[in-house]
Design a protein around this ligand. Sequence first.
Ligand SMILES: [Zn+2]
Length: 68
Amino acid sequence: MKIRKINCPYCNVLMNYKGTKRIQLGKSGVIFEHIDQWLSGALTASIYECPECGKLEFFRYRKAKKEK
Ligand SMILES: [Zn+2]
């Protein structure tokens, strides 16, 4: 997975890539409640954090699939 360059929408500074984490849904985190509908079980996400305000940005990790 390529690391994206993302600017914080609030501070307009480059967000730091924090790596990918596997997140269990349903047990931890109300913030993932709204995406339960397209997920089941767990999600692997790439996480970015703003060094200024601490805003977190998540991107769902997708396994590379070869297009036919
Ligand atoms: Zn920020």
